[in-house]
Design a protein around this ligand. Structure first.
Ligand code: ADP
Ligand code: MG
Length: 599
């Protein structure tokens, strides 16, 4: 069959033009991406071979080989995994299958730093090869298909202006894929055993299959004059011995003992699975034994991905069964309000051929999900606890704070700014943990500049006689602060929590009280300030109610289609009137939201 030239999907073309520039300072990630693709390909083979062992052909040992040729300026990554058919090469290496791509590309600003952060989260995957290569050739043959059905895919990544790639049919005995990078002149440093080894161990130690490189040894140069030892030699150099050796540890990080794993290794693994350049805020790593056995390694990221609010977005956990990779985004392993968590669950009990549907019904999965939820909440509680340094107590004694704890200061604030709104969904979603969640909530308030007031802080500051936790929902902090409904609270110096997240209205429906104190919207019903009013104020209110009775009756009549009730209120100080809703009614904020949504 002859060569075919095919265009890249428009988004790929756009992405390719940006990749080389935006990722310039993070060049080496191409290795992480290509090795992880090789490892994925081996995982896929292992998985398909569960039901068709013939796919192993005569090479059952899965491995990745990395080699380079200094003279040809090439770097090659070869795996003996599942391989690609021609059609798969066209589909998988010419498009981006993931949803939200267009959206993502449109968000790129041209600002290198911001873009590289975005691209990192998005994961450029295979295309990252073009950071260091001006041409990439992929040669592959799918497991189980004849040798003459191999494919060669090649492209300059659009550098020639064509935004196209070529595919042709080849014969390839070896199953699997070789990715051949034709290195750019400014990337020749990667044609070095030392350099490659250090990158591989940084990113790929946990990859559970061996990554092999050819062993090198020093060879002295030839004598300049064969008859004269003292006459000197040509410069010596490293030469290949023809022997291959594994250069990664090849052990899954989560299967190792905690004490053998450094913070840096934990962070690197997170970066590998999340495509994030920044370290995570926290991690938790446990082996759970008992009726359901599994290992969990979970991370709280420092930044929200741009598709956090995408309803189709699945959870971020990878599922393994006894170290065999089963699936990405196993959404059944965590409730949806914890979808920002990244990590791995490795189960000892689930069958290898478990499907997404089966996961939903499995009792083991239910136990894992509850276990993971507890651990994540525990992590967040820990961050919250160490968010601020302990205050100096009255007798001038300050607790000694360890460096570890100091490193946690401010992290919960960072977490909450990124993910607080998602966490609130849990109030409606996870009744069993509602009390723990309520303790993790933080709000702005009418009497402080802080935006991280917890319900417990609020309760501790409540006025004598105050019987409820007051809050108001609004579109933004300014609107909330200036609401007429706050007037009497301001006058009396009573704190009101200001809630400005879109989900607050909905979420607060599920939180009727905190620690025995009812939650009360100041925009709902006849707020009963009862014990908070002094005698004079009460008397004035009663008198007013009496005096205005005839007026109220008239107003009620006039507004009968527009308002359910008209009453005298103690909640206003300066404003003449305000709108409120019945206790059981939809709040104005929620009503507005539904209207926006066209309901
Ligand atoms: P991702 O790995 O997130 O799917 P990539 O851009 O890294 O995205 O890879 C795109 C696709 O190309 C993969 O999903 C896979 O189908 C295919 N692919 C890439 N590298 C290999 C490989 N070494 N062997 C088989 N398929 C591969
Ligand atoms: Mg990939």
């Amino acid at each position: 069959m002859t060569k075919k030239t095919l265009p890249f999907q428009a988004e790929v073309a756009q992405l390719l033009h940006l990749v080389t520039h935006a990722l310039y300072s993070n060049k080496e990630i191409f290795m992480r991406e290509l090795v992880s693709n090789a490892s994925d390909a081996c995982d896929k083979l292992r998985f398909e071979a569960i039901s068709n062992s013939g796919l192993y052909e005569d090479a059952p040992n899965l491995e990745v080989r990395v080699s380079f040729d200094k003279d040809a300026k090439t770097l090659t990554i070869t795996d003996n995994g599942i391989g690609l058919t021609q059609q798969e090469a066209i589909e998988n290496l010419g498009t981006i299958a993931k949803s939200g791509t267009k959206d993502f590309v449109s968000k790129l600003s041209g600002d290198q730093k911001a873009d590289s952060q975005l691209i990192g989260q998005f994961g450029v995957g295979f295309y990252s090869g073009f950071i260091v290569a001006d041409r990439i050739t992929v040669e592959s043959r799918r497991a189980g298909v004849p040798a003459n059905e191999g494919v060669r895919w090649t492209s300059d990544g659009g550098a020639s202006g064509g935004d196209a790639f070529e595919v042709e049919n080849i014969t390839r005995e070896q199953r699997g894929t070789s990715v051949i990078l034709h290195l750019r002149d400014d990337a020749l440093e990667y044609a070095s055993t030392w350099k490659l080894k250090s990158i591989i161990s940084k990113y790929s130690d946990h990859i559970s299959l061996p990554i092999l490189m050819e062993k090198e040894e020093w060879k002295d140069g030839e004598l300049i004059n064969p008859n004269d030892e003292a006459g000197g030699r040509q410069p010596g150099g490293m030469v290949n011995t023809g022997e291959w050796e594994a250069v990664n540890k090849a052990s899954a990080i989560w299967a190792r003992a905690k004490k053998d794993i450094s913070q840096e290794q934990y962070d690197d693994f997170y970066k590998q699975i999340s495509h994030d350049f920044e370290a995570p805020l926290a991690h938790t790593h446990n082996r759970v034994e008992g009726s359901t056995e599994y290992t969990q390694l979970l991370y709280v990221p420092g930044k929200a991905p741009q598709d956090l609010w995408n309803r189709d977005k699945k959870g971020g956990l990878k599922l393994y069964v006894k170290r065999v990779f089963i699936m990405d985004d196993a959404e059944a392993l965590l409730p949806s309000y914890l979808r920002f968590v990244k990590g791995v669950v490795d189960s000892a009990d689930l069958p290898l051929n478990v499907s997404r549907e089966l996961l939903q019904e499995s009792r083991d999965v239910k136990a894992i999900r509850e276990g993971c939820t507890k651990r994540v909440l525990g992590m967040l509680e820990d961050l919250a606890k160490h968010n601020a340094l302990p205050e100096t107590s009255a007798d001038g004694v300050t607790d000694v704070v360890s460096d570890e704890d100091k490193a946690l200061v401010g992290k919960y604030t960072q977490f909450y700014a990124e993910f607080g709104a998602v966490l609130k969904e849990g109030l409606g979603e996870d009744f069993a943990n509602r009390d723990r969640l309520a303790k993790l909530l933080r709000f702005a308030s009418s009497t402080t500049d802080s935006t991280t007031v917890s319900l417990a802080d609020y309760k501790a500051r409540m006025k004598e006689g105050q019987e409820a936790i007051y809050y108001i929902t609004a579109d933004n902090a300014a609107a909330a602060k200036n609401s007429p409904q706050l007037e009497v609270f301001k006058k009396k110096g009573i704190e009101v929590l200001l809630m400005t997240d879109r989900v607050d209205e909905w979420a607060l429906n599920y939180l009727h009280d905190f620690d025995g104190t009812p939650m009360q919207s100041v925009a709902k019903g006849a707020v009963d300030l009862g014990k908070l009013l002094d005698e004079d104020e009460k008397k004035a209110a009663e008198e007013a109610a009496e005096t205005f009775k005839p007026l109220l009756a008239k107003l009620k009549e006039a507004l009968k289609d527009k308002a359910e009730d008209v009453r005298v209120t103690t909640r206003l100080v300066d404003s003449p009137a305000c709108l409120v809703v019945q206790d059981d009614g939809m709040s104005t904020q929620l009503a507005r939201m539904l209207k926006q949504a066209g309901q």
